[in-house]
Each structure stands twice: as C-alpha cells, then as structure tokens.
Design a protein around this ligand. Structure first.
Ligand code: GAP
Length: 431
C-alpha cells in the first residue's frame, strides 16, 4: 500500500531539486506555473523511460514504425480532430481574488488562493495554446501548440502507408512534447502545461478492434511490470467521461501519494480521426487490402502514455526511507547512473589511477558516476539517494588481483568481482 501522505510527495520534490532531477521552470525569474525543467539526473531518467518504451513498442514489433512530426501543424488539423471546438475544461472565477479554477478540482468549494466561497458561473475554456505563424498577428495566422502528438500521426497516415510497405494491422509511434493550457496545473509534474507523450496509433481492420484493444491493454500492463512499477491498476472510463473520439478507454492508474491517478490511457478511437481528416483535408485516407483489394477506413487503438507522469510514478514507487538512509529503488533500466566507481582513498594516486581506468572503460557502455569525496559510507548514502544500483570500490587488493568490491543498493551486500566481469554484471541488471 503506497504511503498516502502529501509529506512523501514533499520529500520527493525536495530530493528531486537537491539532487538534480527536477527544477521549477525558469526558477531564477520566480518560475512559471505548470512548467518544470529536468536536471541532469531527471533528464537521464526520462531518457531511460522513453528508451524502454521505444524498445518495447517499436523495436519489438516489426509492424510498428516511428515518426517525428512538428509541434505546430496546420490549424485545420485541430478543427478536423474536434479540438478547436471541443477540447475545453469548465472554469469558474473566484469573485474575491478573480483567479480561475476547474470546479471539479476545488476542495470544499473554497478558493485555494484566498478562501473565497463565491464563484462565477462555469465557462468553457479551450486548453490549446495559441500562437501566430509569420509576422502578422491576425486570425488568419493563428496556429496551436499540439495538445496531443496523435495529430501528427493521423495527418501522416498516407505518407507512411505509401513509403513503408506496411499492411494493416500496423502501428505508427511517436514520442514528443504536447501542450495544454491547464486551468489548474497540480500535483508537481502530474498535471503540467508542457509535457511529453509516448503515443502509438495502431491501425486495425474494423471488427477486429475489440480484440486488439484487449491485447494492447495487456501489453501495456506488462511493460509497466518490466520497468518494475508496482501499485498500478486498470480503470475502465465510464461512457460519460470518454473523449469525443473514443468508443472505450481503459486507463492505467498508479497509486500516487495524492491518490489513484491516470498515467496512461488506451482508447479505441474507431475510424473517427481518419474519417475526420479525410473530410477536412479532402484527401482519400482509405486503406486498400493488397491481398483482397477490399477498401476500408482502419480503426485505431491508441495507447497514450505521459513521460512526466510515469517519471513521477517511478520516483514515488522507488522512494524508500530506511533507518539510516533514503534510497531510490529504481529498476536498473531506469536508474540515471547504472553504477558508481570509487577509489578507496582519494590521496593514493595508484588507487585513483586504477579506479579512473575502470570508470572510463565502463563509461564507454553505460552512464557511470565517479565519486571520491568523503568516506565510503557517505558515498554509498549519496548514490542510494539517486538510485544507483551498484557501487564499485577499487582498493589495494585491486592493484594485485584486479578484483573490486561491488555493493548492491537494495540488499547492501558486498561481493568481490573481477574487473572483467563488471560490464556483464551491469548489463545483466539492466536486462
Ligand atoms: N491522444 C490521447 C490523449 O492525449 P490523454 O488521456 O488526454 O489522451 C494521454 O493524455 C496521457 O498524457 C495521460 O495519460 C497523461 O499521462 C499525459 N498527460 C495528459 N495531460 C497531461 C498534463 N497536463 N500533464 C502531464 N501529463 C499529461
């Protein structure tokens, strides 16, 4: 059972700031609500999450290809997709301080800013960020920052079909930034205004969509297990909460310190998008079966995951306070550093030289940390806090027999290993 208290989240926020995972966005100017920057370790963590997802979704399946579309697209894309008219949240204004909030997120119907209890009638507020393309700022040059990466996939459906010899069922995957002008950014990096999505649009023959939907829900659950995430569950969205394009959506939720919340949604988008873009663009987006000649508009199953929410879930899951240490028990696949190398003593040049050799050799293959400060205990503490799975100490015996001490983060057990075995040991932990 996950620790419920907000206190745990505060401790994670503090660790992330102190150890270079996550900083408030543009902090020296007082920050900007709903924006965060990832520091060196947070960037590595995100990179590892994206790498694990890409490997599982694209590399493992030879009928899935990748794509990198632009963030700013022809605004007609978002008219066809329904986002210009329909992508909005209700918003109320506090009559006392005039700040605006999503009514469903107000606790005890009180203004979180001033405590006021009177609000305006709810108004619909479109969540897309607007900008202008070119030097003239008029309605003809309005464009949007994409609210989901999926749009880029749908408008390139025909390009991929024509160039990649793919046959239904096949998928197009994309990782990239999405933007939503959320009324209430909330819960640290859980609900932000700029975030990253990992999305797959999987095109299938109508009639086979329910089977594929089940398969993708199962596959996605298995992926979370493969990155060591516990405390997850499936949640079927009730009909009245479905997005305008969805026939059915199953969320994968994680038990955060602030409750069970969605980290990924798997939707059956039917043929809504291809039909809408075909009508909007006037282009034929029909698929012709090369074997039978049958023509149809494919249905789409869409697993859509948020990198930032997964990063937060992984950090919450990994965070442990033990008697004398704080430890992030991250899966080796996700840990920013796969190992840390220490010379036993900093003032013994022969030890430092030997340790540097081991360190530089391992760095050719893995992200490895170097630490020669303080005593070994402090170095272990420091590496535990950032989730480094193993610490490698070079001592006087190493100079004679090329063996080193390897200390395991989770069990804190130590064993003697030959230098030639280190790379294999790290690789095994990752796999
Ligand atoms: N293309 C479908 C789509 O965008 P969504 O449920 O709105 O569906 C998918 O978003 C995922 O994107 C969510 O499960 C979540 O992980 C992430 N996400 C959505 N809004 C977010 C926000 N404001 N901040 C951080 N992540 C967000």
């Amino acid at each position: 059972m996950a620790e419920k208290s907000e206190n745990k989240l505060e401790k994670i926020v503090s660790l992330c700031k102190r150890r270079g995972f996550i900083f408030p966005g543009s902090e020296i100017y007082g920050g900007l609500s709903g924006f965060y920057d990832y520091g060196p370790l947070g960037n590595e963590l995100q990179f590892n999450i994206k790498h694990a997802w890409w490997n599982d979704v694209v590399r493992k399946n030879d009928n899935i290809v990748g794509l990198k579309a632009d963030i700013i697209m022809n605004p007609r894309t978002w008219e066809s997709s329904g986002h210009v008219l329909g992508f909005s949240d209700p918003m109320v204004e506090c009559k006392k301080c005039h700040l605006r909030f999503r009514p469903d997120l107000l606790e005890d119907k009180k203004c979180p800013n001033c405590g006021g209890k009177e609000f305006s009638e709810a108004r619909q507020f479109n969540l897309m960020f607007k900008t202008f393309v070119g030097p003239v700022e008029d309605s003809a040059s309005v464009a949007y920052l994409r609210p989901e990466t999926a749009g880029g996939i749908f408008v390139n459906f025909k390009n991929v079909l024509d160039t990649m010899r793919v046959k239904v069922p096949f998928g197009i995957a994309q990782i990239g930034k999405a933007f939503r002008n959320e009324v209430n950014p909330k819960d640290y990096i859980f609900r932000t205004r700029e975030f990253e999505q990992m999305e797959l649009e999987y095109f299938v023959k109508p009639g086979t969509d329910d089977e594929w939907f089940k398969k993708w829900v199962a596959d996605r659950m298995a992926w979370y297990e493969s990155i060591g995430l516990k405390n997850i569950r499936k949640f079927q969205q009730p009909k009245e909460e479905l997005a305008h394009y969805s026939k059915g959506t199953t969320d994968i939720e994680y038990e955060f310190p602030f409750g069970w919340k969605e980290i990924e949604g798997i939707a059956n988008r039917t043929d809504f998008d291809l039909k809408a873009h075909s009508a909007g663009s006037g282009q034929d987006l029909l698929y012709t079966d090369p074997d039978t000649g049958e023509k149809f508009v494919p249905y789409v199953i869409e697993p859509s995951a948020g990198v930032d929410r997964i990063a937060l879930a992984v950090l919450c899951d990994a965070f442990n306070e033990e008697k004398e240490r704080v430890v992030l028990k991250l899966h080796s696949k996700l840990a920013p550093y796969k190992a840390a190398v220490f010379p036993l003593l900093k003032n013994k040049p022969e030890l430092v030289e030997k340790a540097r050799g081991v360190y530089m050799e391992l760095r050719k293959h893995f992200n490895v940390a170097w630490d020669d400060r303080g005593n070994i205990g402090k170095r272990y503490y420091s590496q535990d806090e950032i989730g480094t799975p193993m610490c490698i100490t070079i001592d006087f015996d190493t100079l004679n027999d090329d063996t080193v001490t390897v200390r395991d983060r989770d069990t804190m057990e130590q064993k003697r290993v030959h230098i030639s075995e280190l790379a294999g040991l790290i690789q095994k932990a990752i796999e």
